[in-house]
Design a protein around this ligand. Sequence first.
Ligand SMILES: Nc1nc2c(c(=O)[nH]1)N[C@H]1C(S)=C(S)[C@@H](COP(=O)(O)OP(=O)(O)OC[C@H]3O[C@@H](n4cnc5c(=O)[nH]c(N)nc54)[C@H](O)[C@@H]3O)O[C@H]1N2
Ligand SMILES: Nc1nc2c(c(=O)[nH]1)N[C@H]1C(S)=C(S)[C@@H](COP(=O)(O)OP(=O)(O)OC[C@H]3O[C@@H](n4cnc5c(=O)[nH]c(N)nc54)[C@H](O)[C@@H]3O)O[C@H]1N2
Ligand code: SF4
Ligand SMILES: [Mo]
Length: 868
Amino acid sequence: MRETKTTCPYCGVGCGVVARVEGSVVSVEGDATHPANAGRLCVKGASLAQTIGLEGRLLYPQLDGQAVSWPQALTAAGERLRAIIDAYGPQAVAFYASGQLLTEDYYAANKLMKGFIGAGNIDTNSRLCMSSAVTGYKRAFGADVVPCSYEDVERSDLVILVGSNAAWAHPVLYQRLVQAKQRRPQMKVVVIDPRRTATCDIADCHLAISPGTDGGLFVGLLRALAQAGVARMDYADASAALTAAEGWTVARVAAFCGLSEGEVQAFYAQFIAAPRAITLYTMGINQSSSGSDKCNAIINVHLASGQFGREGCGPFSLTGQPNAMGGREVGGLATMLAAHMNFEPADLARVARFWGTERLAQTPGLMAVDLFTAIGRGDVKAVWIMGTNPAVSLPDSHAVSQALAACPLVIVSEVAAETDTSHYADIRFPALAWGEKNGTVTNSERRISRQRPFLPPPGEARADWWIIAQVAGKLGFAEAFGWQHPHEVFSEHAALSGFENHGQRAFDISGLASLTRAQWDALAPVRWPVSRGEGKWDLHRGWRTDGRLRMVPVTPQTMQARSEPLYPLILNSGRVRDQWHTMTRTGSVPLLMQHIAQPMVEISPQDAAHYTIQHGGLARISSPRGVMVARVAVSDTQRPGSLFTPMHWNDGFARQGKVNNLVAPTVDPHSGQPESKQTAVRIAPWQPLWQGELLSRAPVMLPRHLHWWRKAAPGLHHLTLCGERLIQSALLAWCQRQGWQIQVASLGDTWHLLAWHDGRLMLGFWSSRTLPDVDVSLILRAFDEAPQALAERHALLGGRDLARPAVGKIVCSCFSVGEKTIVDAIERQGCATTEALGERLKCGTNCGSCLPELKALLACAERRAAIL
Ligand SMILES: Nc1nc2c(c(=O)[nH]1)N[C@H]1C(S)=C(S)[C@@H](COP(=O)(O)OP(=O)(O)OC[C@H]3O[C@@H](n4cnc5c(=O)[nH]c(N)nc54)[C@H](O)[C@@H]3O)O[C@H]1N2
Ligand SMILES: Nc1nc2c(c(=O)[nH]1)N[C@H]1C(S)=C(S)[C@@H](COP(=O)(O)OP(=O)(O)OC[C@H]3O[C@@H](n4cnc5c(=O)[nH]c(N)nc54)[C@H](O)[C@@H]3O)O[C@H]1N2
Ligand code: SF4
Ligand SMILES: [Mo]
C-alpha cells in the first residue's frame, strides 16, 4: 500500500487528504496533520476516490474534432496563434484561466501571455468569484492580503458570516466554527443572507437582508461606531469615509436593508461591544455590481473599530476555489502584472528584467465579461481556455456560446471530454487531473500546500504547465519556458516574489525559492510570507501600519437588476452542498447526486401561492435573456420576492437547467465582477403531460421535444424525463428494434415499461402525470442481478416494493439516509436529537454537513407535534 499526502481539489478551505493506493483500489481520508482540517473532510472530499475513474475523461489531444498526436496538436496551436498575432497583434489573443489550476500552471500561463505574447489579456474565473475582494483589499491595504486565519475564526467572540453559506460551501471550516462555539458558548454567530441557509443553524441571529443592500448595513455601522465615540480615525481618508456614512441612521439602514430597526440596532450594539469580531464574506458580497465597495465597507468597520490585526479579528474574504489565492499570487488576473506587482513603471521594468523579455504587456488586459464581449465582436480572435467552463459560469451564457462559436480559434485545456465550452473548441488539450498533477495550491488563509500525484498519467494527458511551455516553444519562446519539472516553475515564481522586494510587497515566498526538489516534494503546508529575511510584512504577529491602511469612502448602492411588472422577482443563485460548479467531476458520482438530483427553485410560500406554483412541481423561470426549468421547493427560508436556484446544472446534465442563461452581464465598475446573485425574473408553473424516470444500459434515442435531466448511475443512463407529448409508442418501437422482450403495466396516467434481453434488465421506464416516486436502489439492484421471485419482479414493474417503506429524498449522503426514514425515526421511534438520530441511523455522524438539515427536520416535527 502506498500513501500520498495531497490537498483536496474543491473548495478554498484547502483540506489535507491522504490518498491510499492498494493495487487498483484508491481510498482517501483526511490528513490529520494538515492544519486546515486536522483530519476532517466533507462529503465531497471524502468521495474523491469515486471521481478518479477515466469515464468521460479527455485522454488524447484533438484537432478540429480528430484525435491527433501531441506534436500535431502543439504545432497547430503554435501556428494558428502565431498567424493571428502576426496579422492582428497580440491584443487579438487571450487566455481565460482558472482558480483550479495549480500555481505552477497559472504562473506559466501568466508569463506566456503578459511576458511573451505581450498582451495583458489573461483573465480567470476568479473574476466571477474573488475580484471584488481583491479590489477591496488592494484599496484598503495597498496589497491583496487576507489578514486572517482559520484560528482567528475559532478564537473570535463575534463571527459574522455575510453572503456566505459556509455550511455548504466551506464545510470543514464551518465544522471548526461549530466546534469552537460548542467549546465557548459565549461566542456569537451572526448570519447575513436573504435566505435562511444551513449556515443559520448555529446563528444566534439571522439578518434576512434585502438582496444587494449589505453596503448600507456596514456603512451604517461605521456611523454607529463614530457615534459611540469608539471609531479610530488614524487611517488615510477616514474622515471622507465617515462623511460618506453621514445620514445612514439606523432607521435609514433598516428601511434600505429591509430589516427592522431593532435588528439593525442589536447588530450594531453587538459589534461595538464584542472584544473580538471577525467578518467572513463570500459571494453574497463579491458577486454584486457594487461588490468592491461592499468589501471596503466591511474593511472600514474593522479598521475603525480596531477589530483588526489582532487574534480573532478582521475582514476575512474566504476564497472559493482550491487555488483562487495562488492565481492572485502569480498575478493571473488581467488587472495584475505578476507576484503582487502592478502595471506601474517600476514594476514593469522589474518584471521585464526578471523574465528577460522585451515584449512585456504594458497595460492591463480585458476582464472576463469584457473579454467575451470582445470575442463576440471579433476583436479578440483566439482564446485559450484552461480549467474553466465559461459557457456555463459566465453571465449571459447564450452570448458567451455565440461568441465562442464565432471565434476563429478556440483552444481548451480540459480533463473532461465534453463540456458546454469544449463543444466550441478547435483544439483540445487533455490535462492531468487531481491525483495525477503535481504542484502547489494556496487556501483562504494564505497557506500553501502540495497537491501530489498518486496515479499515473492516463492516456496522453499532460500537466497544464507543460502544455503551456510547449506552446510557448512553438511560438519561439522556448528559452524562457525550458522547465523540466513543476519544482523549477515553483522556484522561479518564488524567486520573482522576492526579486527586488526589500519588504515592499507582502507576497514574498523567496524563502522557498531555493528548496531542492526533494524539499519541495516534502514541503509541509506553510502560510506566506516566507521571506528570505528582508521582508517586513509580518502578517502573523501584527500588521504594519506605515500609512498604507486606508478607509475607502462608500456610498451604498442598490443592485442594478430591477424588478418590474414583467419580471417582478429577484433570482439568486449559488451552491448546493454536494455538487461542484459545472458538475464535470461531482456530477458523475451517484453518492453526491442523492442530496439534490435536479435543479430546484426555492420560492417563499407567499410567492408560490401568488403564482400558483406547487411544491414538487415544475416551473419555468425567465428573464429577458433566457429561460430555465426547475423543480419547485416551496420554503419559508426564502424572502418573498426572491427565488434561489443552483448554479451547477448545464447542457450536459439538463435541458434548460443553466441559470446563467438568465443572468445579465452587469459588472462592478471597479472589479469587473458580475452581479451573479441578482437577476430580475418571472416564474410560471409548468405542468407537462407526463413525467418519468428512465434507466437504461444503452443510450436511448429520444425525441427532441422532451425535457430531460441526467442523473449519475454507475454504468447506466439515468434520465428524468417529462414532455407535452406521449413517447410510449416511440419508446416501445425503439425497444422492439433492439430485439428486447417487453413488459408493460398501465393504469390511468401511469405507464411502466421493462425491457429484457437474455434475462438481463436492459431498460426500465416509469411514468405518470407527476413524477413517480420510484425506489432507485431497487431498480439499480435489478440491473445488477435480475430479480427471480415473482413478488420482486412485480415490485420492479411497479417501481417500488410496497412492503418496504420509501426512504425519501436523501439527506445524509455519507450513509444514504433519506428524509422519510429520518422523519419516521423522529415521529415513531422517539429520536428527539441529532445524536439520537445518529445513533439509530448513523446520519450526520461522518462529515456532519447534513446536521443543519437534521435539525430542521427535528424542528419541523416539533412544530407539527405542537399543532396536533
Ligand atoms: N458545495 C460546494 N462548495 C463550494 C463550491 C461548489 O461549487 N460547491 N464552490 C466554491 C467556490 S468557487 C466558491 S466562490 C464558494 C462560494 O461560497 P458561498 O459564497 O458561501 O456560496 P454561494 O452559494 O454562491 O452564495 C452564498 C450566499 O450568498 C447569499 N446571497 C445572495 N445575495 C446576497 C446578498 O445580497 N447579500 C447577502 N448578504 N447574501 C446574499 C446566497 O443566498 C447564498 O446563501 O464556494 C466554494 N465551495
Ligand atoms: N449565476 C452564477 N454564476 C456563477 C456563480 C454563481 O454563484 N452564480 N459562481 C461563479 C464562481 S464563484 C465561480 S468560481 C465559477 C466557476 O465556474 P467554472 O470555473 O466554469 O466551473 P468548473 O466546473 O469548476 O470548471 C472547471 C473546468 O475545468 C476542468 N478541470 C478540472 N481540473 C482541471 C485541471 O487540472 N486542468 C484543466 N485544464 N482543467 C481542469 C473541469 O472539468 C471543468 O470543466 O462560476 C461562477 N458563475
Ligand atoms: S471542506 Fe472543501 S477542501 Fe475540505 S474536503 Fe470539503 S470540499 Fe475539500
Ligand atoms: Mo468561486
